[in-house]
Design a protein around this ligand. Structure first.
Ligand SMILES: [Zn+2]
Length: 206
């Protein structure tokens, strides 16, 4: 759920269990993550303090007793409850980096930069290559869909596009299509593809 590389084999505690032992077995505190994301985030966790309206790093030395951490919302973008694309923009040219979206809300930019840094979203060569490959795959599949005439096969192709890795690459292709000549032309031929979503596929299953 963090890097979207479909390699998740760990249950990640969004609020680290070292600081929030009461959330160790709480379903709402879990998400599926890969080892690289889990290792990168580890116990790094900041909250936006509800009492002081400041950022607090939650920390505790191993020898110290567990005390209730500073109360507040998490600084990390929560992909289960928030749409990361409200905060982040992905470049669709190499090196396929994420950036904070320009916003008048300073906290939104801080949360975007923090999330990119803590999860190492721009720091892993493999991820950058996989995003570039995903871009090529999405464009190729969309071209195949456009040249296919059989309605049943078209439906299946649309459904498959919605299930590919790196769905954020697809959402950015949709969001940025007007700015890139090749994409603009493709969506003019298949405007319905602008509504296809990985999590909420508009297309019917085969
Ligand atoms: Zn990951």
């Amino acid at each position: 759920m963090y890097c979207e590389d479909s390699a998740a084999d760990e249950i990640e505690h969004v609020r680290p269990k070292s600081f929030y032992p009461d959330k160790t077995f709480v379903w709402e505190n879990y998400l599926a993550a890969c080892g690289r994301c889990d290792g990168s985030k580890s116990n790094r966790f900041h909250v936006i303090s509800t009492r002081h309206r400041e950022l607090f790093e939650v920390e505790r030395k191993q020898s110290e007793p567990v005390t209730p951490p500073e109360p507040g919302g998490m600084l990390l973008i929560d992909p289960r409850r928030e749409d990361p694309l409200r905060f982040l923009k992905l470049d669709l040219v190499y090196p396929f980096h994420f950036h904070a979206i320009e916003s008048r809300v300073c906290l939104a930019r801080v949360r975007a930069a923090y999330t990119i840094h803590v999860l190492g979203l721009n720091a892993r060569d493999t991820l950058l290559k996989r995003r570039r490959a995903a871009y090529g795959t999405y464009v190729a599949r969309l071209k195949e869909y456009i040249s296919e005439r059989d309605p049943e096969r078209r439906g299946r192709m649309a459904y498959e596009i919605c299930g590919l890795d790196h769905p954020t690459v697809w959402r950015e292709i949709q969001r940025q299509h007007r700015a890139i000549d090749e994409l603009r032309s493709l969506f003019e031929q298949a405007p319905e593809a602008l509504a296809w979503r990985g999590a909420l596929p508009a297309a019917s299953p085969p």
